[in-house]
Design a protein around this ligand. Sequence first.
Ligand code: GLA
Length: 384
Amino acid sequence: MNPNDIKTIFESRFGDSAAAIHYAAPGRINLIGEHTDYNGGFVFPGAVTQGIHALILPTEGRTMRLYAADLDTYCEHNLDNAEGPKQNEFRYVYGVAREMMAHGVEVKGFDAVFYGDVPLGAGMSSSAALESCFAFAMNDLFGNNRIDSMTLAKIGQATEHKYIGVKCGIMDQFASVHGKKGCLMRLDCRSGEFEYFPWNPEGYRLVLVNSCVKHELVGSPYNDRRNSCERVAAEIGKTKAGVETLRDCTWDDLERVRAKVSEEDYRRARYVLGEVDRVLAVCDALNRGDYETVGQQMYATHEGLSRDYEVSCEEIDFLNDIAKQCGVTGSRIMGGGFGGCTINLVADNRYNDFITTVQREYKSKFGVDCKIIDVEIGDGARRV
Ligand code: GLA
């Protein structure tokens, strides 16, 4: 869909679109640092050029009227109604509006059409893109842009927690709001400090392979993983001061409580401690331009996510094996897990062979086409 299509759709639904404003916010990739955000660790995401677009027109009154163009669903909902709409695509927008109001923004009624070009359920954070798009827009339209960008990200995260029931970390919304063309970002999720890393890996590129196994974090064991981590941190905290998350724990701390926690919780915590170390190793390697090490760390992350954290699936493990066989530099499952994409760091001279092989082998094994998505790092939430 292009900007003119969204105008046409808006006009057929709501009338004149001349005063409506076009906003967009991206999905994200993550080079490394998975399931570390809610453990206070580091993440290494970047925004992509695909995301959510919305055309929004403030109105008199207190009603939001929303049309989700891809899904062909519609809703009218009063912002003062303490209960949200039923369908998730509208609950995200409602949740953001309510959270903005809780931050003192006088959100008024509005008409909006939105659509996405980021694949749903691919682990590229289409939901964070939707939240960030509307948080950014409401701040602009009703809040004089006085809410700072980290708070906008937290508003999206609070929406997931309170209105959707996914106890996610901050990575996706952070990346969607702060993204910058050509740059990855290293965020310390404990302190909130972050740095932009220009991403220009000469001789390599990033490519996603979408397994088309729909990943659904709502009602998935995502929250269980978080609970495991919190139980282990709490156990360590009984005998060590100042422990809030696994980020505050050492390998020795973990071994000390091994007999006190379940084997499953132990393995999950072991994955997280390893992942915090891997992000730092990747930063060092990037500073040296050492992409082979970056790739090895990505494979190690996949191992951990598959065996210890148990968030992979047969299809994704298969994609990872094929990458290895094709000599891809690094490959791993990306995002929350349970399906979605692998992210692959591929040397230019292996690219053609890899995508031909992976498409052929995946189809022959599962009877389904996987989708290749070449990664381009784009900008964060914005007025178009
Ligand atoms: C989902 C969550 C993020 C993060 C990732 C895993 O995308 O929304 O907060 O926990 O999973 O790294």
